[in-house]
Write a protein that binds this ligand. Structure first.
Ligand code: 8YV
Length: 322
């Protein structure tokens, strides 16, 4: 007798990860919402049978959707961030939510360093200089900023922040961090205030969670404290930075440079930032390597399978009601 596969609602595809999709299809009876002509009708048709949902850190997963799925018991998300999911609501309804921590730490930290080096050494404008033949015409590209030996401030010393700090050893940098609480398991100095960290640092890397608790944490005052030679790097969430204040600080020379992988209203990037030469702009790709994306999707599938087998996901998002 063949066992029927559990039904799973998949909100988003896994681009270029066919084997991961095949693994999901092998284990579950997958309802592909993104392919549906009428997603509402699909949700209505299967609403009473669905216990599992697969989403991503960048896919809105609101309370209204959960309300249409009265039997929903687990949401498995691809990505470490969960600000796009109404986790509080899910948890209040007894729905488990899992994310994919750890597997992306290295790639996101690597990208933070690519942005540090890119912003400090003017890699974006240097590249444009060669491509537009200005090298041949002028041959005087402006001097850039040394990275080695500088002071590195980390805002949010979680798993990603720690991987960024670990990589500073080879650059002989002094590292300090700001968190809600100091950590006693790391060698770096704790800065009790963000403003103090920003005034001390040459380079400030944002690696916090997104969402309401960190909204516009990096405002005009913090940017001013970082200063005219300071460099801001964001691999966390666009919402953490007041983007208008950032564009203004860069335009007016109150901040030296920036490297950004994330934006407030992705995929829209303010024209004011695009017009500046001293900012590197990336399309939210810090975790987007073949290897890491495969690890992330596989961990999300592992979570869904663990839920079916044991009733518990492996990497749950911590309770948010506290
Ligand atoms: C991805 C991210 O872009 O993990 C996160 O929180 O923002 C990124 O790694 C996202 O997860 C895509 O699924």
């Amino acid at each position: 007798m063949t066992q029927t596969k559990p039904l799973l609602l998949q909100l988003i595809p896994f681009p270029s990860l066919d084997r991961a999709q095949a693994r999901l299809d092998h284990n579950f009876n997958v309802v592909r919402l993104w392919e549906a002509d009428d997603p509402r009708a699909i949700v209505q048709r299967h609403g009473n049978d669905l216990t599992l949902l697969m989403t991503s850190a960048l896919t809105p997963t609101p309370a209204e959707l959960m309300d249409q799925l009265p039997k929903l018991r687990a949401i498995c998300s691809v990505g470490v961030g969960y600000d796009s999911i109404d986790v509080r609501y899910a948890q209040s309804k007894g729905i488990q939510v899992s994310n994919t921590p750890d597997v992306l730490n290295d790639c996101v930290a690597d990208m933070a360093w690519a942005l540090i080096l890119g912003a400090a050494r003017s890699l974006g404008s240097a590249e444009r200089y060669v491509r537009s033949n200005r090298w041949i015409e002028h041959n005087k590209f402006p001097l850039s900023t040394r990275v080695t030996g500088k002071k590195l401030g980390i805002v949010g010393l979680g798993r990603v922040g720690q991987a960024v700090a670990d990589r500073a050893v080879g650059f002989r940098m002094d590292v300090r961090y700001h968190n809600r609480h100091p950590r006693d398991d790391v060698p770096w100095t704790y800065a009790p205030s963000l403003l103090e960290l920003a005034s001390w640092a040459d380079i400030l890397v944002i690696a916090t969670v997104g969402g309401a608790s960190t909204y516009h944490l990096i405002d005009g005052a913090v940017l001013n404290a970082l200063g005219a030679n300071g460099i801001l790097i964001n691999v966390a969430r666009g919402s953490v930075v007041d983007e208008a204040a950032l564009a203004l600080a860069l335009q007016q020379g109150q901040l030296g440079a920036a490297g950004l992988d994330v934006f407030e209203a992705e995929p829209t990037v303010p024209q004011a930032l695009k017009d500046l030469d001293n900012v590197i702009l990336l399309p939210h790709i810090a975790s987007a390597t073949k290897e890491t994306r495969l690890d992330m999707v596989n961990l999300a599938i592992d979570n869904a399978l663990a839920f079916i087998q044991s009733g518990k996901v492996i990497t749950p998002v911590p309770p948010l009601n506290a």
